[in-house]
Design a protein around this ligand. Sequence first.
Ligand SMILES: Nc1ncnc2c1ncn2[C@@H]1O[C@H](COP(=O)(O)OP(=O)(O)OP(=O)(O)O)[C@@H](O)[C@H]1O
Ligand SMILES: [Mg+2]
Length: 434
Amino acid sequence: METKGTIAALDIGTSEVKLIVGELLGGTLNVLAEGSAPSAGVKRGVIVDIDQTVQAIKQAVTEVERTLGEPIGEVYVAISGEHIQVKDCQGMTSIKGEDNEITDDDVKDVLHSAMVMRIPNELSVVDVLPKTFTVDQQTEITDPRGMIGYRLEVTGKLIIGAKTILHSIKRSIERAGLELAGYVLESLAVSRIAASIDELELGVGIIDIGHETTTLSIYEKNDLVYSTTLPYGGDHLTRDLTYKMNCKYQDAKLAKEEYGVALEALGDPEEKVSYVTINGEHRFEPQSEIGFVLEARLEEIFEMIQKRMTQAGYAHMNSGLILCGGSSSLPGIDQLGKRIFKQSVNVYQPASLGIRHPKYAVAAGMLRYVLSRSAVSKSGFDRAEEKEAVAHGHEQDALLMNEQTSPTRNERPTREQPPKEKKSFSSFFEKFFG
Ligand SMILES: Nc1ncnc2c1ncn2[C@@H]1O[C@H](COP(=O)(O)OP(=O)(O)OP(=O)(O)O)[C@@H](O)[C@H]1O
Ligand SMILES: [Mg+2]
């Protein structure tokens, strides 16, 4: 695929691999193709079976290529989890050209030097995010190219991850016949699409409730100031339902996704889901009972998040909280969030056609993040691949740099309910379970 402002973003999730190809048209995200496939080779966000992951990626690629009508060459991939660290970094280089004018190569060199940090052998630098440059005595420069000087310095952030985990991601992508264009930190990607610059400045929490993980990322003054991942998500909701309904996992998942509500009070006690138990008995489950089970588990997950927010000193965010990830599509989850967190809570789902579901927040955010990344900042992608970090390691605050790219407002609906046709519960479920 040609990369004339068009890129492919891959999110290898625990329940699904999602692949989106898109472009930015006048600041608005235009999705050209989307593909997804069940992902059996991933546990709690980490690849545990490369073969199965390769199959899932290939399936998503086939779907996308069918829509696009051309092959995909390279993809950006999302990374997340406790293995990721973000560290401050500095670099310095002397300007090479005879006329002392700073070129792309000088910028690459200074970013390269910023990656020279001693880190344990099992870790690897995946990206460098320049924040400001200094040319001789002049500070606070955002793009030094074309300027004249003798000495170029940079300060920014390094993104570091566990080699084993990164290797499995890279191998899976390559074995699926693709090239890895770069790694993108999931929380950074989501922040660029789900929150506005003002919200990121004033303080906002983004909670991605996926299948086996829930990740909280806190932003203040446009920096990622705190991030944590809990090993809970939609899988636990489904498992709770299998016990309540005494049914197969797939049947409980279907009940959750089609008729689940995040609050018992939102469930209609007269609407009953017809299903067959594990023992072959035909039964009916009121929607309110499904809501009761889901509410209890979500309440527990939210309370765990709240505890971590409080411990980290971010109990209340000025711009409130934004929910995303597949599990946040449960009706009423924002209300439940408001009750527990006692602040404003909204659900984010991308507005672009074909990906209107909160589970696409990461992949859509990656498109916006990569496509709106400045030219100097992109040099980091080039060099991260070339350079393995060495030299002395020192713990610094895990703060991320600020990139001034603002999401368009129309990509931030509060909650666009998927049009739930009022199908008869029993007829729908009989079709599947009967
Ligand atoms: N309409 C829906 N109602 C309730 N839950 C849903 C709905 N659609 C999807 N889900 C749930 O969302 C979860 C998948 O979300 P998502 O795709 O964000 O996770 P993932 O990225 O694969 O996993 P993880 O982020 O944990 O690695 C599944 O548990 C799925 O059952
Ligand atoms: Mg996910």
